[in-house]
Design a protein around this ligand. Structure first.
Ligand SMILES: [Zn+2]
Ligand SMILES: [Zn+2]
Length: 251
């Protein structure tokens, strides 16, 4: 399996309110790590009813683009800088998301699904907080997982995504979660839809500190590769010191 270890294709910045550090610090960290290319992939969410904002406002996206473009110029010849967006899918807000994505051209559009709705309230399926895990658990682990994969498939088909992030992220911190053959089948369907659209699959190295392996599992990566889905590395850095983390352990 070929994974390009010279590009970190998924890092955040202070603009999303839960990551730390200036964009320039991420760029410097990428150069120090010997990377040839760094792609910022900032959070977009639409219509999410949650107790805090983990995404950028329109004004913050403008600052993000301006600073990214300034850095791209300033670091020309030293490192290639890309500007992208990690789109959190919300089936209720498709028109709004598509309008946002049309407004600018992005170097990468990563598709994600973080927020699951129960009675008008959203809960983060990737979170390890009780305030998310408990209501999602009582809603039904199996139901949430089934909806997660169905919604992710819809997102892959509907959005102009160039890649998919967090394929197996659903309820990752919930003790009752184990993927079954039925779940594997849903994953295969998503991979096939990605292959048809020419999308990449992210190999997210934030898995190493959590479970000693990248996300998603080796078996899923092998299936993706067999379908012709290119694998791309992303650290999902939320602080500069995490840029390019564990890339030496890939492939
Ligand atoms: Zn984040
Ligand atoms: Zn991310």
């Amino acid at each position: 399996m070929h994974i390009d270890r010279t590009t970190d294709g998924h890092v955040h910045t202070k603009y999303c309110h839960h990551a730390h550090g200036e964009m320039v610090d991420y760029v410097e960290a990428a150069i120090a790590a010997g990377l040839k290319r760094l792609i910022f992939l900032e959070h977009l969410e639409s219509g999410i009813n949650y107790f805090e904002s983990t995404w950028l406002s329109e004004a913050e996206f403008a600052l993000y683009r301006a600073e990214g473009e300034r850095l791209r110029e300033a670091y020309q010849g030293r490192i290639e800088i890309g500007l992208g967006v990690e789109v959190g899918y919300n089936p209720q807000r498709v028109a709004e998301i598509l309008a946002f994505l049309k407004h600018h051209s992005w170097d990468r559009v990563g598709v994600s699904f973080h927020y699951y709705e129960i009675d008008g309230q959203h809960y983060n399926v990737v979170s390890r907080r009780k305030a998310n895990l408990e209501p999602l658990g009582s809603h039904g682990v199996e139901r949430v997982i089934a909806d997660y994969f169905a919604t992710l498939l819809e997102a892959v088909v509907t959005l102009p995504g160039t890649g998919l992030c967090h394929l197996d992220a659903v309820l990752r911190h919930h003790p009752e979660v184990h993927f079954t053959a039925a779940h594997q089948h849903r994953i295969s369907e998503i991979l096939q839809a990605m292959a048809a659209k020419g999308m990449t699959l992210e190999v997210n190295t934030s898995g190493f500190p959590h479970r000693g392996e990248q996300y998603p599992t080796q078996a899923i990566l092998e299936e993706a590769a067999a379908l012709g889905v290119p694998l791309v590395a992303g650290s999902d850095a939320h602080r500069p010191s995490e840029v390019g983390r564990y890339f030496e352990r890939l492939g």
